[in-house]
Design a protein around this ligand. Structure first.
Ligand code: FNR
Length: 378
């Protein structure tokens, strides 16, 4: 269907679900165990109520913001998600093209299905990318990647993902692999940065796509060892992804200025099931160590599907919010235009929400615009 007929992110997901291979659907859709965290990531936003003010001039509304000193057109970015070409041949470069239209930031996955060089090839001069690292047991491989990343001007920071030292138990993905070859995908779609010897084409190999991609990932990372190692191989700022407690947010703040940001995330419910949604972690940090917000930029992802979700996360102190599945579903539903449509819907909804709240700019959003009583009781 024409993309402009799709009115919300759920409709885009429904269209994408009908179009993609069973293998792609199972990998994108899946989450761990009973998928409680995946559902709750989104539901928790329904428990926060908005506090609209009246008699405020909202003739204009501006979504401009910045991340780590870089200007962005919207406070919504694309989270690192592996294997975009499973959903559409334009892959991660297609997502980059759509982001370009909005001044939106994109974090490239370590397990992207295209090389970072290919993905940033047509970057606009002011386009902002991050690159996400899964540290490999064979450190030489990660070091070689960092050397390449350091040379790409468009990549402004490294995102180190910490919430998945081992893969979660994702049953749709595993079940689909048991179904065997019933779900052919474009041949040769694989994580571009894994050499042939360590990651098979996802048509081959055993276990779900997720299990295969995790082969070779180092589960031994620590605060003491890994950040100094990283400092030896890149001068780019570090953003730690997958923090889920105020204790870890505080520890991260002790590593400023090497660490410049944190992303509160439970990996879209794909790592530890019943882990908290980012909203709970935001509230914990506000309560126990609010100084973290002065030392680090705080970002969130997981379950963002409506403009009101975006606004609530920003009111709680997030600088920007990430989209995992919605970007992949957009790509699968309509290629570059599908991702553009996803970003357009969310940007429009965010603006409408802000104007109905009586807020003209992203910086003006704050705790005064929300009521979190129900979440505090959860
Ligand atoms: C992910 N995510 C992820 N995160 C990461 O740090 N590196 C990765 O390679 C991937 N790969 C990946 C693949 C797929 C198919 C999904 C759905 C997710 C997690 C992602 O960055 C993000 O945290 C969540 O997807 C956010 O939740 P929503 O927006 O999907 O609800």
């Amino acid at each position: 269907p024409p993309m402009e007929n799709l009115l919300n992110l759920d409709e885009i997901e429904q269209v994408a679900t009908k179009q993609v291979s069973k293998k792609a659907w199972a990998y994108y859709y899946s989450a761990s165990d009973d998928k409680f965290s995946k559902r709750f990531n989104n539901e928790v936003y329904r428990s926060i109520l908005l506090r609209p003010r009246v008699f405020v001039d909202c003739t204009t509304c501006d979504l401009d913001t910045s991340v780590l000193g870089h200007k962005l057109g919207i406070p919504i970015y694309v989270s690192p998600a592996a294997m975009a070409r499973l959903g559409h041949p334009s892959g991660e470069a297609g997502i980059a093209e759509a982001c370009r239209s909005f001044g939106a930031m994109q974090v490239i996955s370590n397990n992207a299905s295209m090389t970072p060089e290919q993905i940033v090839k047509d970057a606009a001069p002011d386009q902002v990318f991050g690159w996400q690292l899964y540290v490999q047991i064979d450190r030489k491989k990660s070091e070689a990647m960092l050397t390449r990343i350091n040379k790409l001007k468009a990549i402004k920071f490294i995102v180190l993902t910490l919430d998945a030292p081992v893969p979660g138990k994702r049953e749709e993905d595993e079940r689909n692999s048991l179904a065997g070859a019933t779900a052919p995908i474009p041949s040769g779609v694989k994580a571009a940065e894994r050499t042939a010897d360590d990651t098979p084409d996802v048509n081959g190999g055993s276990g779900g796509v997720g299990q295969q991609l995790f082969a070779g990932t180092d589960p031994s990372l620590t605060w003491q060892e890994t950040l100094p190692w990283l400092a030896k191989h890149t001068d780019l700022p570090i953003v730690l992804k997958g923090l889920q407690t105020h204790e870890d947010a505080y520890l991260a703040s002790l590593h400023a200025p090497q660490v410049k940001g944190i992303i509160l995330s439970n990996h879209g419910g794909r790592a530890l099931d019943t882990a908290p949604p980012a909203v709970h972690t935001l509230l914990e940090i506000r309560k126990y160590c609010p100084e973290v917000f002065d030392k680090l930029e705080v970002h969130v992802d997981g379950g963002i599907r409506r403009g009101t979700d975006v606004v609530k996360a920003l009111c709680l102190g997030a600088k920007a919010v990430g989209l995992g599945r919605p970007a992949l579903w957009g790509l699968a539903a309509g290629g570059v235009d599908g991702v553009r449509r996803t970003l357009q819907i969310l940007a429009d909804e965010t603006k409408t929400c802000m104007r109905l709240l009586g807020v003209e700019s992203v910086d003006a959003l704050g705790l005064q615009h929300i009521n979190t009583r129900i979440v505090e009781q959860q």
